[in-house]
Write a protein that binds this ligand. Structure first.
Ligand code: NAP
Length: 486
């Protein structure tokens, strides 16, 4: 039986794209699954003038559009709306009044979640005003803040934002969203690592040769050049999603399976990440920018709408992470992401060390590889050696494969549903902790600042390939290769 949750959720940005596409459908799923029954209230706010009825119709229509389902009135009656400009302190008084009214009406025990589905420039202001205008409950079990991405645009802005949040909320009240952490197969990393003694015992430098994380996209910048040209693949994909995946891969076993101990273990790993000097950046990181495709039907980045003709922005990044820790000494974590690559996929390849070949000392064994495919569909593959079907005794690599079934897929919650549920449940395991975010920014800032001081000739890869040649060379010079070749 699902555990019924008692809470009020206030959605800032209630008329926005994210709220309609993801947040209301997620809340509806939690209702259908029995996590939300009687004691829940959803308060929407934005600057638009909407009556309660109009808001309920909007929520109904979003669920209809994105889930093709008719939400019943028994569900919609838990939704209410209050117009407010979130930059105006006086507008918080009517919000407070409605929060208190809903609290009483649905018997919500003062439990409050505030979801900031608004532009990042508002995050600090909202947190501050929630406290100063008295919207946090004093008698409830919790006040929690869910915060969208991006969390800052470099270490300095992230730290400033974090300081603003921490005036009103303590770290364990802040749920920083990275939707990759809500993905089923990202959560499967821990199950594979800690649920199989064979992997638990070999997840270290004795057995692992290297780890590869690839987040590749086929699309170009599309209509996001205004933002993307200031961020690049490094800030858009490495600082957050890639680093958060690496956190699950690099951490030690947590002392217990609680969010507190998981965060402690992840933070220890993040704190051992080597931050590079400019020379080390040149040695360990590669940047790329896409040119046209081979047949000239796609333009290069510099010819995309709104991209400055002399842009030095990176649309591809490959690099090597190193952890100064007992577990990972000498084991490279190769990461790679980019736009206009050969295929759309998110995957992890754990490459195990080779051993002496008992059967043929002239022929090296091949590396065993455990592959976790996160997108576009959940798969796990394990490449191991088995006997070749030849007269002489030789080995050949074979691959054991598992794929999420249709039934699995049907019951897998969407990342947003899972993240809203976990916040309601007070489980911060799958959210980005400030320490991890801070280390990731320091690392990424060091790479960006080294790049900013050196001009690079672009474009340097053809659209539809797996990035510049230098990305392959990064591994080849260490006698390794990318497992995934597109
Ligand atoms: P959006 O469609 O532009 O919606 C913004 C919302 O903020 C609207 O409801 C808007 O309503 C409200 N708003 C703007 N200024 C306001 C003010 N001064 N006072 C009160 N409300 C105000 O943005 P979005 O795409 O939903 O994105 C929301 C957040 O989610 C952003 O942080 C974004 O980075 C993040 N995010 C979005 C997606 C996505 O797929 N959309 C995915 C990942 C992350 P009014 O104009 O009526 O006030």
């Amino acid at each position: 039986m699902p555990k019924e949750i008692t809470t009020l959720v206030t959605f800032f940005g209630a008329t926005g794209d994210l709220a309609k596409r993801k947040l209301y459908p997620s809340v509806y799923n939690l209702y259908k699954k029995g996590f939300l029954v009687e004691h829940f209230g959803i308060l929407g706010t934005s600057r638009a003038e909407l009556s309660t009825k109009q808001f309920q119709v909007m929520v109904h229509d979003s669920i209809k559009e994105f889930m093709n389902e008719e939400a019943p009135q028994d569900f919609l009656k838990h939704f209410d709306y209050q117009r407010a400009d979130i930059t105006t302190p006086e507008d918080y008084a009517p919000l407070k009044a409605l929060i208190e009214e809903m609290d009483e009406k649905f018997a919500l025990k003062g439990n409050r979640i505030f979801y900031m589905s608004v532009a990042p420039r508002f995050f600090g202001t909202v947190a501050k005003l929630l406290k100063s205008e008295g919207l946090l409950s004093e008698n409830g079990e919790f006040n929690r803040l869910m915060i969208e991405k991006p969390f800052g645009s470099d270490y300095e802005t992230a730290e400033k934002l974090n300081n603003e949040l921490s005036h009103a909320f303590s770290e364990d009240q802040v749920y920083r969203i990275d939707h990759y952490l809500g993905k089923e197969m990202v959560q499967n990393i821990a199950a594979l690592r800690f649920g199989n003694p064979m992997f638990t015992k070999s997840w270290n430098r004795d057995s692992i040769d290297n780890i590869q994380v690839t987040l590749s996209e086929t699309l170009g910048v599309e209509d996001r050049a205004g933002y993307y040209d200031t961020a690049g693949a490094l800030r858009d994909m490495i600082q957050n999603h890639t680093m958060q995946i690496v956190g699950w891969l690099a951490m030690d076993e947590p002392a217990t399976w609680t969010d507190r101990d998981i965060r402690i273990a992840k933070n220890a790993a993040f704190n051992s990440l080597k931050i590079y000097t400019p020379d080390e950046v040149a040695e360990n990181f590669v940047r790329g920018q896409y040119g046209p495709n081979a047949i000239g039907t796609q333009v290069g980045y510099l010819d995309e709408k709104d991209v400055p003709a002399d842009s030095q922005n990176n649309t591809f990044v490959a690099g090597k992470l190193q952890f100064d820790s007992y577990r990972w000494q000498g084991v490279p974590f190769y990461i790679r992401t980019g736009k206009r690559l050969a295929a759309k996929t998110t995957r992890i390849d754990i490459v195990f060390k080779k051993d002496y070949n008992l059967f043929d000392s002239n022929q090296p064994l091949s590396n065993d590889v455990l592959t976790i495919i996160i997108d576009p569909e959940g798969r796990i593959e394990y490449k191991i050696a088995a006997k070749a079907t030849t007269a002489e005794f030789k080995t050949r690599p074979i691959t054991l494969k598992w794929k999420a079934s249709d039934e699995d897929k049907a019951q897998t919650p969407e990342p947003y549903e899972r993240m809203i549920h976990d916040t309601m449940d007070g489980n911060g395991s799958n959210f980005a902790d400030w320490n991890g975010v801070a280390v990731a920014w320091k690392f990424v800032d060091a790479v960006q600042s080294a790049w900013d001081s050196v001009h690079q000739d672009f474009p340097n890869y053809v659209s539809g390939t797996m990035g510049p040649a230098a990305s392959d060379e990064l591994l080849e010079r260490e006698d390794r290769e990318w497992i995934y070749k597109g």
